[in-house]
Design a protein around this ligand. Structure first.
Ligand SMILES: Nc1ncnc2c1ncn2[C@@H]1O[C@H](COP(=O)(O)OP(=O)(O)OP(=O)(O)O)[C@@H](O)[C@H]1O
Length: 686
C-alpha cells in the first residue's frame, strides 16, 4: 500500500474548532490550518492508548492505508486523506472537511428524499463505489451514516476502517451494520464486491422510504428479515402506490439472496431508472444536491435551506440543535385519553403533571396570568405562518384548523414577549459587503460558502474593525438582532433566518478576542468583536451579561424552533377544550424551556461588562433600544439554553487545544505517522 505524505505537522499548526463527531476509536474536529491561508479540514484524532486498549489498531491501519490508496487516485466521492501526523498521545488524520454533514441527518430531517434527489445521490453513490471497487477495495460498511456531504451537497464516502482488498474472501469476522449486512455474510460468512451492491440497494430503498428495508426490533430479527428477504416492497400487498415502479423494480433486482444473481454496478447503471443519466458527464453527475431542483413541500424547503445555508460556526446544520427530529415511538392511544393528554404525550410533556401558566408577577405579587382565570392552554408563542423572520404574530384563519386559538389577552402577551431582550452587550461591529465588487448571486455559487474569502475579509479588515467605537448590540426574543447607529437602531438580521450563516473565528468573549461573523445571502457580512477593554461607555444596559453571544444566538434559535415545533403540533392536533379547561395549572419542563420566567417590574440591571460595580438603572425608552416592559430574568432554566451540548464549541475547542498544549512538550511528529502506526502495531501485537 502506498502512504500519504508524511508532513512535519503538529496540532499547533491548526486552530481546532468544534467537534464534528465521534467514532468508535476517534473524535473528529473541524480545524483550520494556520499556515495554509486558513484552509479548513476535518481532523480525526485517535488516542493511541485507546486504540491499543480497545484492539482497534487493525482498523486504524486499514483506514489509513485504504484512504491513502483511494486518495492517490482522486475521486470526488471519497473523503480525501491529505496527510497524517502524530504526537505522543494521538494520531491525526487530516481529511477533507465535509461541511454538509452526514447524509443520514439530512434524511432524518427531510423524512424522505424526492425521486430526483434519490436518483442523483444513487448515481453519485454508484460512481464512487465503482471507483472504490476499481481500486480493488470493498468498503463493507456502506450506509447513510458513512456518506457525508460537501458544502454544496456532493456525496463523500467515508469510514474505511472495515474495508478490505481481498475480494471474494471469507470474512474472518462480522463487519458492517446489521441493517445493511448482506445475506451471504450472514449465511456463508462470505463477502465480495456484490456485498457493497447489496448496501446500495438498501440505501435506494431508504432514500425514498426514509428507513432501511430490513429493520427488526433487535439485530437478530433484522438478520432474520434479511435472509428471508422480508421487507415491505417484497410483499405484494404492501407495495406503495406513490413510488415510481422503476425504483421498486431496481431495488428488487438488487436485493436478492444469491450474490451471483445480483447485478453488478455496471449493469445497474443500465437500468431504466437511470435512462436519462449521462454517466460520462462527471460535472453533471457530481453537482451537489443543492443545485438539483426538486419539488418540495414547505417544510422540506425549510430543511433544505437550513442545511444549505445555516452554517453556524461554519458547520452543517446537524451540529445545531434545532428541529432535531427525534424518532418518536408511535404513541399508544388509549380510548380514555383525551386529545390534549395525547398531544402532551406526543410532545413529551408529562401528563400526570398538569400545566400552569408561567408566573407573571406585578408589584411583587403572583397573579393568575393576565388577570383572568387561567385557561390551561399550553403556553405557546404562535409563530405566524410566514415564518419567524418578520417577528410579527398573525392569527391563522379560523377555518384553518379545529384548534382553539388563544384569545386576545394571550395573543397580546405573546406580542409583548416578542420584544423581550434576550441579550444586550457592548461590541465592535462592522458591516461590509460580502464581495466588494458586488454580490455574486449566481445559482452555482449560491449554495457554496466561500471560507477562504471570509478569511481574507477578516484579515483585511481586522484593524479597521478593532478601531471602531463600541456599540450596543441587542438580541430580541423574536430573533431580531440590531445595533445602535447614529442614535437609531439598525436591524441586522433575524437569528431564525434560514439564510443566515455564522462563522466563528476563535471568538472568545471572555478573553475578548476573535471575531464572530454573520452573513446573509452572501450580500453582507457583519463582523462582531468584543472591545479589547471593558468599556465605561454609557451605551446602555447589558443584559444576560454572563451568557456568551454565541450561546445566546443558539438559545434564541432554539426558542424559535421550539415554538415552531409546538405551533406545528398545535395545528396538527385538535384540542379538546373541555379537557383543557379541567386541567389544573402547573408549569412543565417543556414550557419552562419555551417560556422563561417573566417579570414586569422595571428592573435594575447590573452591568459588570461596563466596569460598573454599582447597579445601573435601566435607561428610559428615549435612549435605550426598543425594549418594552418585560425583561427576562436570569432564571436557572435559562442556563439550559445557554449551552446546548453540541454548541459548546469554544469550550470543547479550548479543551482540545489545552490538552494538546499540555501533551506536546515531547512531541515527535517528525518521525511521521507511518512510524507511529508501525510502533503501534508492534505494541498491540505484544
Ligand atoms: N471529513 C469529515 N468531515 C466532516 N465530518 C466528519 C468527517 N469525518 C467524520 N466526520 C464526522 O465525525 C463522525 C465520526 O467519524 P469517524 O470516522 O471517527 O467515526 P465513524 O466512522 O462514524 O464511526 P466508527 O469509528 O465507529 O466507524 C462521523 O459520524 C461524521 O459525522
Amino acid at each position: 500500500m502506498c502512504s500519504v505524505p508524511t508532513v512535519k505537522r503538529s496540532p499547533q499548526d491548526f486552530v481546532f474548532k468544534q467537534e464534528l463527531g465521534r467514532g468508535s476509536y476517534s473524535t473528529v474536529f473541524k480545524a483550520i490550518d494556520r499556515s495554509d491561508s486558513g484552509r479548513v479540514y476535518a481532523i480525526k484524532v485517535c488516542s493511541k492508548q485507546h486504540i491499543i486498549r480497545e484492539g482497534k489498531v487493525k482498523y486504524v491501519t486499514i483506514e489509513k492505508n485504504t484512504l491513502s490508496l483511494l486518495t492517490r487516485a482522486r475521486h470526488p466521492g471519497i473523503v480525501k486523506l491529505h496527510y497524517t501526523f502524530h504526537d505522543e498521545k494521538n494520531l491525526y488524520f487530516v481529511l477533507d472537511y465535509a461541511a454538509g454533514g452526514e447524509l443520514l441527518s439530512l434524511l432524518h430531517r427531510m423524512g424522505t428524499f424526492s425521486e430526483i434527489w434519490s436518483r442523483h445521490l444513487t448515481c453519485q453513490l454508484i460512481d464512487a463505489v465503482e471507483f472504490i471497487h476499481s481500486q480493488g477495495v470493498i468498503h463493507r460498511d456502506l450506509k447513510p451514516e458513512n456518506l457525508l456531504l460537501s458544502s454544496d451537497g456532493r456525496l463523500m464516502i467515508t469510514d474505511f476502517g472495515t474495508a478490505t482488498t481481498s475480494g471474494g474472501s471469507q470474512c474472518s469476522s462480522f463487519v458492517g451494520t446489521a441493517e445493511y449486512v448482506c445475506p451471504e455474510l450472514l449465511l456463508h460468512n462470505q463477502c465480495d464486491f456484490s456485498s457493497d451492491v447489496w448496501a446500495v440497494g438498501c440505501m435506494i430503498y431508504q432514500f425514498v422510504q426514509g428507513k432501511p428495508p430490513f429493520r427488526g426490533d433487535n439485530e437478530l430479527q433484522t438478520f432474520e428479515r434479511t435472509v428471508a428477504l422480508d421487507y415491505p416492497w417484497n410483499h405484494p400487498n404492501t407495495t406503495p402506490k406513490n413510488i415510481n415502479p422503476l425504483i421498486i423494480r431496481l431495488t428488487r433486482r438488487i436485493l436478492v439472496i444469491d450474490p451471483t444473481l445480483r447485478p453488478t454496478l455496471s449493469e445497474i447503471k443500465l437500468d431504466k431508472w437511470f435512462e436519462t443519466v449521462d454517466w460520462y458527464n462527471k460535472d453533471l453527475l457530481w453537482r451537489g444536491i443543492w443545485q438539483i431542483q426538486q419539488p418540495v413541500s414547505r417544510s422540506n424547503r425549510q430543511m433544505m435551506l437550513c442545511n444549505r445555508q445555516l452554517h453556524v460556526i461554519d458547520t452543517p446544520l446537524r451540529n445545531i440543535p434545532i428541529t432535531k427530529q427525534k424518532k418518536k415511538k408511535p404513541a399508544k392511544i388509549s380510548n380514555t385519553t383525551s386529545s390534549i393528554v395525547e398531544w402532551r404525550k406526543r410532545l413529551g410533556i408529562s401528563v400526570s403533571e398538569p400545566m400552569v401558566q408561567p408566573e407573571i408577577t406585578s408589584n411583587g405579587t403572583s397573579s393568575p396570568a393576565f388577570g383572568k382565570p387561567t385557561p390551561s392552554l399550553p403556553k405557546l408563542n404562535i409563530r405566524n405562518t410566514n415564518g419567524i423572520a418578520n417577528g410579527k404574530i398573525s392569527t391563522p384563519p379560523s377555518s384553518a384548523s379545529p384548534i382553539d386559538m388563544p384569545d386576545n389577552t394571550i395573543r397580546n402577551e405573546i406580542l409583548a414577549q416578542d420584544s423581550l431582550v434576550l441579550k444586550q452587550g457592548c461590541v465592535n461591529i462592522f458591516e461590509i459587503p460580502y464581495r466588494l465588487d458586488g454580490p455574486d448571486m449566481s445559482l452555482e455559487t449560491y449554495g457554496k460558502v466561500d471560507n477562504e474569502l471570509i478569511t481574507q475579509l477578516v484579515l483585511r479588515h481586522e484593524l479597521e474593525l478593532k478601531s471602531r467605537a463600541p456599540t450596543l448590540l441587542t438580541l430580541f426574543k423574536d430573533g431580531t438582532l440590531s445595533y445602535r447607529s447614529d442614535n437609531s437602531s439598525k436591524h441586522i438580521i433575524n437569528i431564525g433566518d434560514h439564510n443566515l450563516s455564522m462563522y466563528d473565528f476563535d471568538f472568545n468573549e471572555r478573553e475578548r478576542t476573535g471575531f464572530l461573523i454573520l452573513e446573509k445571502y452572501k450580500v453582507k457580512i457583519w463582523f462582531i468583536s468584543i472591545p479589547d477593554r471593558p468599556s465605561s461607555t454609557t451605551l446602555g444596559v447589558s443584559k444576560n451579561d454572563d451568557e456568551e453571544w454565541v450561546a445566546c444566538f443558539f438559545r434564541a434559535r432554539q426558542l424559535m424552533e421550539d415554538q415552531e415545533q409546538l405551533n406545528d403540533k398545535f395545528k396538527e392536533i385538535s384540542i379538546d377544550k373541555k379537557a383543557v379547561q379541567t386541567q389544573p395549572s402547573r408549569t412543565t419542563d417543556l414550557e419552562k424551556r419555551v417560556k422563561p420566567r417573566i417579570t414586569h417590574s422595571p428592573r435594575v440591571v447590573s452591568s459588570p461588562a461596563f466596569g460598573s460595580s454599582a447597579p445601573t438603572q435601566r435607561k428610559t425608552s428615549a435612549t435605550r433600544s426598543p425594549i418594552t416592559s418585560p425583561t427576562i430574568g436570569h432564571s436557572p432554566t435559562m442556563r439550559k439554553y445557554a449551552a446546548p451540548q453540541n454548541m459548546v464549541i469554544s469550550s470543547s475547542r479550548y479543551e482540545v487545544l489545552n490538552s494538546l498544549k499540555a501533551n506536546t512538550a515531547n512531541d515527535d511528529a517528525s518521525s511521521g505517522a507511518s512510524a507511529a502506526f508501525k510502533s503501534l502495531q508492534k505494541k498491540s501485537s505484544k
